[in-house]
Design a protein around this ligand. Structure first.
Ligand code: RIB
Ligand code: CA
Length: 324
């Protein structure tokens, strides 16, 4: 089994936490490192949160790299749950790692160039504002040769936005970066709200994290039980999405998803800045630049996430054994 070699570019963030812990537990995935960006909360807090998550995962072989503290051009906006700030010690035990001295953008450039040299390109899971990735691509366009694909939790096409009526947060927070990534020519897998809203996690699922997932699962139980993300008025049923974990699930079990080619882009100015479009029929006369993941098997995805978090509570919970 060849393992997917990935960089996770994230702004932890609750759903980032689930994605990061899922990836670090999954034998199919080789996490080369975490590149961290401001987004849900400030860069200081996203870095702190990432370091704590790596600590509780036991995978202290994985480095955390601090990156961009704000967007390329627009004014900074934070996530709906910005009040969370850094994960308190009562939710996520302290004792994590310290961040690397290497800046996240330098890390992305270095790993992409190494991958190109080795002929073994890497995947970037972009689950925050795409500022770090855009900076790497603008500063050194050659790095694209070492990037196999960018799996990006971003965008909203049939779904309305959530941070604003027209925009998904990762794009809203840095639309210029999103457009640079979408137009980079690198194969892009876009995982929009249209799909992530189809899989809703409830208190029963959070309890499974806590009952079966050891310290890491307990941290997810604490976080998701405390910060309720359900929205019955919007979804018509209990539960809330864990957007970012879909990117990891897609790498592990792509058969849980349905996708279509499209030409994807975003508006970078004006009132509806961050609005994303997907042209599935090439009516714009531009070749497709992405595959858009339109549907997910809700039960399959939920069970996979619970199964992987449960590895932290099982006898296989030795982080080194999980690498095998
Ligand atoms: O719109 C959802 C995305 O914005 C998720 O990645 C969430 O963590 C926030 O970054
Ligand atoms: Ca995120």
């Amino acid at each position: 089994m060849s393992r997917a070699r990935i960089i996770i570019d994230a702004d932890p963030g609750l759903d980032d936490a689930a994605a990061i812990l899922m990836a670090l537990a999954s034998p199919e995935i080789d996490v080369l490192g975490l590149s961290i960006v401001a987004g849900n909360v400030s860069l200081k807090d996203t870095v702190t949160n990432a370091c704590k998550l790596v600590g509780i995962s036991g995978r202290t072989d994985v480095a955390v790299h601090a990156g961009a503290a704000g967007p390329l051009v627009r004014d900074q906006v934070f996530g709906k749950y910005a009040k969370i700030g850094s994960f308190s010690d009562e939710f996520v035990a302290r004792g994590g790692i310290v961040p690397s001295e290497e800046h996240a953008v330098r890390f992305i450039i270095r790993k992409a160039r190494e991958a190109a040299e080795a002929g073994d390109s890497i995947t970037i899971c972009a689950i925050g504002p795409m500022t770090n990735i855009a900076l790497a691509l603008v500063q050194h366009p050659d790095v694209a040769r070492g990037i196999r694909q960018i799996v990006s939790m971003s965008g909203a096409f049939t779904a309305l936005g959530h941070r604003t009526p027209w925009a998904e947060f990762n794009v809203l927070a840095d639309p210029h970066a999103a457009e640079i990534v979408y137009r980079s020519g690198i194969p892009i897998v876009v995982m929009p709200l249209d799909m992530t809203f189809q899989a809703l996690f409830t208190a029963e699922h959070f309890k499974s994290f806590g009952d079966r997932g050891g310290v890491a699962g307990g941290a997810l139980f604490n976080l998701f039980s405390t910060f309720d993300r359900s929205d019955v008025a919007r979804f018509g049923r209990p539960g809330g999405p864990i957007h970012d974990a879909t990117t990891i699930a897609w790498l592990i079990r792509p058969e849980l998803f349905i996708s279509r080619k499209a030409t994807v882009g975003t508006q970078v100015t004006g009132l509806t800045m961050g609005y994303t479009y997907a042209d599935f029929h090439q009516k714009m006369g531009r070749a497709p630049n992405a595959i858009v993941v339109t549907d997910v098997d809700e039960a399959g995805f939920i069970n996979l996430l619970i199964e992987r978090i449960s590895l932290y509570g099982s006898s296989a919970s030795d982080p080194k054994r999980r690498e095998a």
